[in-house]
Design a protein around this ligand. Structure first.
Ligand SMILES: [Zn+2]
Ligand SMILES: [Zn+2]
Length: 413
């Protein structure tokens, strides 16, 4: 069977998260985004674990509420401020893991994403002992990420580097960028939302599509490890230009710089503040290849823009969080059940029957890849623009590995 999974979120017990990140709300919102499985995040936190325990038990590592399934996961910040993702096989492994790190952390019970005074190698070694999967989170971002502080997997995980089976690409990267780095070729790429709010512009803005025998942790683990015929068959994500750290830019005034110019200025903006190295530049710096070389197992990557963002632009508003955007979004979801269906499946004529012409036209433009993306950088998200007239277009959307290019529609269910 084929499932869609968002494997990195944060609960209301993590810093700067919405109070609506409770298990009930997430379980009800995920299906509207077309997602079957969500990783809980924050599973080391007692308060969050209490909510997880309200779910029905499918098996020892899989839980269910309102039709959405959950697997146990957390993110940890290590002593160098690098973020790692963990996926647990069952509740006892969560318990044992906590016992092993307890003396090295002070905020296990106060923050869903704890800081632990250990390095990547130590954390991976405990993970391996307990059969827990571990890999770098949003690996290329200029803060709190592996390639921000290390030059290689081995640099970060030492002797445990071989145990790493996946890397999370983060919002500002995609397979075409990451596959310029040779050491990543053997890893499964994960594309997750890392969301702090269940709003449809955030939850499942990135997700993975896996081929598995059932929607359970065990089967997802096999897909990540690519064994028994299980595998990741599609990565879905924002166009990387939309990410907050895609290009090198000032963290204060958001002026963008080329890598050369930033280096010449010694990473100091004309306003006096710091220029943060963008993911694109970091990857090109690390690149073993000028053009991406995809390994045979790499699935296609498609770029999706959240429907709320498309609606926002179509009706000429600024914020995707506004009431009128929600109203239009709800109209479409109640007619067609899920966002992915509206973005990819449903005939434009049918969409036009239930919504404003500007919105159905905007979905059409998205499908034809006629949206223009203004790249993000320095902590500011990129933004999309709709072409104003025919011909005034710039295609930046990409349909993934060159040899596997095919239409967006082929991936829809
Ligand atoms: Zn993180
Ligand atoms: Zn500046």
């Amino acid at each position: 069977m084929i499932i869609n999974a968002d494997l990195h979120i944060h609960s209301r017990f993590s810093g700067a998260t919405s109070q609506r990140m409770n298990i009930e709300t997430i379980s009800k919102e995920a299906p509207f985004k077309g997602v079957d499985i969500v990783a809980t995040g924050d599973c080391l936190h007692n308060g969050w674990m209490k909510e997880i325990r309200q779910c029905n038990v499918i098996d020892e590592g899989t839980f269910e509420l309102n039709g959405t399934r959950f697997i146990l996961s957390t993110e940890i910040e290590d002593q160098k401020r690098v973020h790692h993702l963990f996926y647990f096989p069952n509740l006892p492994s969560v318990h044992d893991f906590k016992r092993r790190i307890k003396s090295k952390t002070k905020n296990l019970e106060s923050d869903g994403r704890p800081n632990v005074a250990m390095n990547g190698e130590e954390l991976a070694s405990i993970a391996k002992d307990l059969d827990i999967l571990i890999g770098p989170a949003h690996a290329f971002t200029p803060w709190t990420a592996m390639y921000a502080y290390y030059n290689s997997l081995e640099d970060c995980y030492g002797d445990m580097a071989d145990y790493i089976s996946f890397v999370e690409l983060g919002l500002s990267a995609d397979s075409n960028l990451a596959d310029k780095i040779k050491e990543l070729h053997r890893l499964t790429f994960l594309t997750n939302s890392d969301c702090h709010s269940p709003h449809p512009v955030r939850l499942a803005r990135e997700f993975n599509r896996f081929e598995v025998k059932s929607a359970t942790f065990k089967e997802i683990k096999k897909a990540i490890l690519r064994v028994d015929g299980n595998k990741s068959i599609l990565n879905v994500g924002l166009p990387p230009q939309e990410g907050k750290y895609h290009e090198s830019a000032c963290i204060s005034c958001f002026t963008h710089y080329s890598l050369k110019e930033a280096q010449r200025r010694r990473w100091k903006c004309s306003c006096g503040k710091r220029i943060k190295k963008g993911v694109k530049d970091r990857i090109n710096e690390k690149a073993d290849f000028g053009e991406p070389q995809h390994p045979d197992h790499r699935p296609p990557y498609i770029h999706l823009i959240p429907l709320s963002e498309i609606i926002t632009k179509a009706i000429g508003l600024r914020s995707p969080f506004s009431q009128s955007v929600s109203k239009r979004w709800n109209e479409l979801i109640s007619a067609f059940n899920s966002e992915i269906k509206v973005l990819l499946d449903v005939k434009i004529d049918d969409i036009a029957r239930v919504t404003a012409p500007a919105i159905s036209e905007a979905v059409q433009m998205f499908r034809e890849k006629k949206v223009v993306i203004k790249p993000g950088g320095g902590g500011q998200y990129g933004s999309i623009e709709l072409p104003t007239q025919d011909g005034d277009v710039l295609t930046t959307l990409n349909l993934g590995p060159k040899d596997k290019q095919t239409s967006l529609l082929e991936y829809s269910r």
